[in-house]
Design a protein around this ligand. Structure first.
Ligand SMILES: Nc1ncnc2c1ncn2[C@@H]1O[C@H](COP(=O)(O)OP(=O)(O)OP(=O)(O)O)[C@@H](O)[C@H]1O
Ligand SMILES: [Mg+2]
Length: 367
């Protein structure tokens, strides 16, 4: 069990004019499940590999369990890493694959046997120990790769998109298996993914990265309900948060947001942003906070009714995503699938005005 502390870490690949990781600070608590999430190329794998020692650190320090490991080779860092490509040895049995790392470290055979069996038990691989990787499904192979990491009894587990090779159903299943494994082992885990669903469901806390900079660190709930900027607001959540560029104005004590022909009266507490009325701002609202008039929960404070046209209705069975157009603005609204709505329909919508977000013109939250 160990915490991981990153202190002003920098990574600059030779030949790259800008650093891939820029003076990043982070504390991953002992026993925590931390997820790094962000778009392709934002530096997730680089950061994880710096912790693993597979990529050298250009600047700053890294501590694992109170020990400065910045200069140590990977094998002395007390970490185990699981990759997307599980890279099992095809000629070895599951048993041999799981125990291989221990046997090259000259661990006693009895000890290896005990640890391999323990890991197999934990991962439901007991009946597969004699099989070769080619006789296993993708999910079982990934479990073998997990087993190989577990038997090392590391202080920290590092995962780099371990489920990306699996089909959607198996991915969901393995996701919960890894979460359960974390509960059982109670070991610090750092998990890299570009899949926000994985991040939201697995993380104790998560880091949203963009261009080598932490955009936000927090619990999935906090990040979803209080995104610090427009990048996080649109990266987390499907479909993404709707953003409207416009201004907040005040007239006779009423605050309203205006963007072209779209005008929304907003709660009084947003009045303070009307100071910045000469300045443009961004109003955000999640698709699930825009309701069909006939479907709106009684307790919400809703806006006036907006009439709009459905440009596209995408049914997902349990809900329907409506791509709406209203004058010169477009936005999306998700509805519980109680209403048969089709492309081209005219509908009436209301906004839950207590669920709006306000960002400045550069996308930083003003709330
Ligand atoms: N060995 C390298 N040499 C030079 N540049 C590199 C090297 N490895 C990665 N990069 C660059 O660093 C940036 C971050 O790459 P990284 O692999 O960390 O991204 P990522 O967030 O893991 O992306 P993905 O989701 O696609 O795996 C990219 O622009 C990439 O081209
Ligand atoms: Mg990567």
């Amino acid at each position: 069990m160990a915490s991981v502390i990153l202190e002003r870490v920098v990574k600059r690949y030779s030949g790259n004019p800008v650093p891939t990781i820029k003076e990043l600070n982070l504390v991953v608590n002992d026993g925590e499940f931390m997820v790094f999430v962000g778009p392709s190329g934002c530096g997730k794998s680089t950061l994880l590999r710096m912790i693993a020692g597979l990529v050298t650190t250009t600047g700053g320090r890294i501590h694992i369990g109170g020990r400065d490991i910045t200069e140590l080779p990977p094998k002395e860092r007390d970490i185990s890493m699981v990759f997307q490509n599980y890279a099992l040895f095809p000629h070895m049995s599951v048993y041999e694959n799981i125990g291989f790392g221990l046997s090259i470290r000259k661990v006693d055979r009895k000890e290896i046997d005990m640890r391999v069996n323990e890991a197999a038990e934990l991962l439901g691989l007991k009946n597969f120990l004699h099989k070769k990787p080619k006789d296993l499904s993708g999910g079982q192979r990934q479990r073998v790769a997990l087993g190989r990491a577990i038997v090392r009894r590391p202080k920290v587990f590092l995962f780099d998109e371990p489920l990306s090779n699996l089909d959607a159903k198996l991915r969901t299943q393995m996701r919960s298996e890894i979460s359960k494994l974390h509960k059982k082992l109670n070991t610090t885990m750092i998990y890299v993914t570009h899949d926000q669903c994985e991040a939201m469901t697995m993380a104790d806390r998560m880091v949203v990265l963009s261009n080598g900079v932490i955009q936000q660190l927090g619990t999935p709930g906090d990040i979803y309900s209080s995104p610090k900027n427009a990048f996080v607001a649109t990266f987390i959540g499907t479909p993404p948060m709707n953003l409207f560029r416009g201004k907040i104005l005040e007239k006779s004590g009423t605050s309203f947001f205006t963007a072209g022909s779209f005008q929304l009266i907003i709660p009084e507490r947003f009045c303070k942003f009307s100071d910045a009325s000469s300045d443009e701002c961004i109003l955000g609202i999640r698709p699930e906070h825009i309701y069909l008039v006939q479907n709106k929960p009684p307790q919400i404070t809703c806006s006036d009714i907006f009439e709009c046209e459905v440009e596209l209705a995408e049914s997902m069975g349990n809900e329907i995503c409506l791509h709406c157009v209203m004058g010169d603005v477009r936005f999306q609204s998700t509805q519980k699938h109680d209403f048969p709505i089709r492309t081209g329909d005219k509908i009436e919508l209301v906004f839950d005005v207590n669920k709006i977000h306000v960002f400045n013109r550069n996308g930083q939250s003003l709330l």
